[in-house]
Design a protein around this ligand. Structure first.
Ligand code: NAD
Length: 401
């Protein structure tokens, strides 16, 4: 069976690596540089080993391409393209639309189309199916299903294999074939009654995290104002064996999912006349954390950051990945610079970002830790500046939330 995976990023390449064991995989991506790199057997995604890719390439079971004609004889197509927000923070389905165009224009025999990209309920039925049909040059009837991706890049304990996978087809046949596909490399499959339930479940999972992170971020501010430790209080609450789940405070949320997906849910809610006030407010609390962090740093440093050299440590949105999408470091740096601080950043996992490169981890007046990669020694961070503010709660003996 020939499987085409549209989008060879975090989600698409991860699926490609798993599927390569059982199927002939074509990784379609419109980024020629990524495609060239993949075809030379080099993975650009943490958690996808280059050796695995090389194994499938050698066995003739993996090839990356930018050419639409290479997907014409597919049996199954997975969509794994970005679903970001527009500039005015509305759902942006332009990448999904482009993927539909690729499918419509190049595939003229029936295939199973599975969407893994995160989007609001109704995307498969009301957007993807009509778009593919609109772009198709023949009146071909594909099968359609959704199976939202839940992978957490860089995570060791849960992966494609042991994370239960939700799925639903637009028809019983689509569901059945989707199950047959994923059951080759996923231990547990959970069928739900409609694609809309699967789409909504994915959004709700991430909204659950977003609001709980906002809650703990607000609580960190309350705890500080009360003169008590937020970490000790959370550990104390966490001794309750039921009804409590611990979340940690931070400088804000980052990545492709938590700052974005809840806005997809809020947008569809508002379209249906339900004001998603709680979700919107949680988003604001998380965005405002960057300002709070900088205000705390400023207050500890004589009330001014003018001309002080500030080293931001860790600009990836989470430890041990190079992903900087929606990173809280960006807003923190903005707030620091707007107060006259001379800001550099250190993150050797990211390397270069926004036209700047990772600075040495030393010699600053102030260090603000946003993300702590395992490869960065705690001692080196402590030695990098006479004043260190740690937003991660991982570094002992320094200032923090
Ligand atoms: N990264 C995660 O942890 C994660 C987890 C669960 C779900 N998701 C969801 O999965 C989807 C994909 O996210 P990702 O993190 O893999 O994104 P990504 O940015 O890592 O990768 C997307 C890839 O798609 C390619 N692309 C864009 N438009 C294309 C097109 N029209 N045709 C072919 N290729 C195209 C890009 O070049 C890129 O390589 C999103 O909806 C995201 O919300 C991501």
């Amino acid at each position: 069976m020939k499987v085409v995976i549209i989008g060879q990023g975090y989600v698409g390449l991860t699926i490609s690596a798993f599927a390569g064991e059982f199927f002939e995989v074509i990784g379609f991506d419109n980024n020629q540089k990524i495609v060239n790199q993949l075809n030379s057997g080099i993975s650009h995604i943490e958690g996808v080993e280059s050796v695995v890719l090389q194994k499938w390439i050698k066995a003739g079971r993996y090839q990356a391409t930018t050419r639409g004609s290479d997907i014409a004889d597919a049996h199954l197509v997975v969509i794994a393209v970005p679903t970001p927000l527009t500039k005015d923070r509305k759902p942006d389905l332009a990448f999904i639309d482009a993927a539909c165009k690729t499918i419509g224009e190049n595939i003229d025999k029936p295939v199973l189309v599975i969407n893994e990209s995160t989007s609001f309920p109704g995307t498969l039925r009301k957007f993807i199916k009509p778009a593919i049909e609109r772009y198709s040059t023949t009146a071909v009837e594909h099968l359609y299903a959704i199976s939202p991706e839940r992978v957490d890049p860089g995570r060791g304990d849960y992966n494609q294999k042991n994370t239960p996978r939700l799925y639903a087809g637009l028809t019983a046949e689509a569901s059945e074939k989707t199950r047959a596909f994923y059951s080759r490399f996923c231990d547990e499959l959970v069928e739900v009654s409609s694609p809309e339930v699967a789409e909504a479940a994915k959004l709700f999972e991430n909204t659950f995290r977003q609001v709980n992170i906002a809650l703990v971020n607000e609580f960190a501010q309350i705890a500080h104002s009360l003169g008590i430790s937020v970490y000790e209080t959370l550990d104390a609450a966490n001794t309750k064996p039921y009804g409590f789940m611990k979340f940690s405070p931070s400088a804000g949320v980052g990545g492709h999912c938590i700052p974005v997906d809840p806005t997809y849910l809020a947008a569809v809610a508002e379209e249906h006349g339900v004001p998603a006030t709680f979700i919107r407010r949680a988003n604001d609390v998380n965005l405002e954390m960057s300002r709070y962090v900088v205000e705390r740093v400023q207050a500890d440093n004589g009330g001014t950051l003018q001309d002080k050299s500030v080293l931001v440590v860790g600009v990836a949105y989470k430890p041990n990945v190079a992903d900087v999408r929606e990173t809280a470091a960006e807003l923190v740096i903005e707030h620091l610079r707007s107060r006259g601080a001379v800001v550099t950043w250190h993150d050797d996992v990211v390397g270069s970002w926004r036209g700047e490169i990772s600075a040495v981890l030393s010699g600053a007046d102030i260090a603000v830790v946003i993300t702590k990669h395992d490869s960065v020694a705690e001692k080196a961070i402590i030695a990098s500046a006479p004043y260190v503010f740690d937003t991660t709660g991982k570094i002992k003996g320094v200032k923090g939330l």
